[in-house]
Ligand binder design. Structure first.
Ligand SMILES: Nc1ncnc2c1ncn2[C@@H]1O[C@H](COP(=O)(O)OP(=O)(O)OP(=O)(O)O)[C@@H](O)[C@H]1O
Ligand SMILES: [Mg+2]
Length: 250
């Protein structure tokens, strides 16, 4: 049975997309069949440049023009992994981004219906993991991805000012929905007060160090493929093992 992991945050720019792509590739390298969906239609990822370009986008699924299996592309040959890697993207065209921003509640209600078809359509016999890279905050796509998921990976940046938002999301959304979740602190600097330490009472899975290499190249390079010994990659492989333990993935 496929496991669905939603990668989420209360604020933007915490590293969700970087972690989602690197984690998906890490799982595929380790022999798992993975499907990664970029569901952030307002700020789509730039990783589609690295993989085979899709003919259709996630936007088309929400617009009811096609099903999820029509938009995902097989990127296994590109990464040369043992497991399969399927990827699906939001449309990065500025016109498509503007279009989404102008949608009303009637459209959202219809889109929600289309969103609900994803899980049963995607649970193909050969997919072990479905990773959903979502927009930050309480966007309707994020909320519905969380509802559909087996595990929520919350990505936070260190710093006391992020604490309130983080706690509200955990108490008000993850816990109230009874979701299994884990917090990963990303872009951590040595000596910095850890947000997830016992001091603030939020158990974190791990802290990923801040790295200039990632901030410069991380938007167009998947480190778990190209720099397997880099500290960002080793952190992601470690994160993968920890999530697998929680979800009892062999
Ligand atoms: N550990 C890290 N060290 C340094 N830079 C990082 C690290 N992780 C991510 N970044 C950089 O931070 C920036 C934001 O990352 P990313 O786009 O993955 O965040 P996001 O949470 O998906 O943002 P959004 O909320 O806009 O979708 C990128 O430039 C990325 O390369
Ligand atoms: Mg993102």
């Amino acid at each position: 049975m496929s496991k669905i992991i939603t990668i989420h945050s209360s604020k933007g720019g915490t590293g969700k997309t970087s972690i989602a792509f690197n984690l998906a590739c890490a799982y595929a390298i380790s022999g798992k069949n993975v499907c990664l969906l970029d569901m952030d239609m307002r700020t789509p990822s730039s990783f589609h440049n690295l993989f085979p370009r899709p003919k259709r986008w996630f936007n088309d699924v929400l617009n009811g023009k096609c099903g999820i299996n029509d938009i995902i592309v097989d990127a296994t040959d590109e990464i040369g992994s043992e497991g399969k890697l399927y990827v699906g993207y939001s449309n990065p065209d500025i016109g498509a981004i503007r279009d989404i921003s102008g949608k009303d509640r009637i459209w959202q209600a219809r889109a929600l219906k289309n969103l609900m078809t994803i899980r049963p359509e995607l649970i193909r016999s050969d997919i072990d993991m479905i990773l959903l890279d979502t927009p930050p905050g309480t966007d309707f796509i994020s909320m519905n991805s969380i509802v559909a998921s087996d595990y929520v990976l919350m990505v936070v940046k260190p710093g006391k000012c992020n604490l309130n938002c983080m706690k509200q999301m955990i108490d008000g959304v993850y816990s109230s929905l009874g979701k299994n979740y884990g917090v990963v602190e990303n872009m951590y600097h040595k000596g910095q007060l850890s947000l997830c330490g016992s001091e603030v009472g939020i158990p974190s899975i791990m802290s990923i160090p801040c790295s200039c290499d990632v901030s410069v190249n991380g938007n167009c390079e998947v480190f778990t493929l190209t720099r397997t010994q880099h500290m960002f990659s080793t952190s992601i492989f470690d994160l993968m093992d920890k999530i697998s333990d929680v979800l009892e993935i062999p």
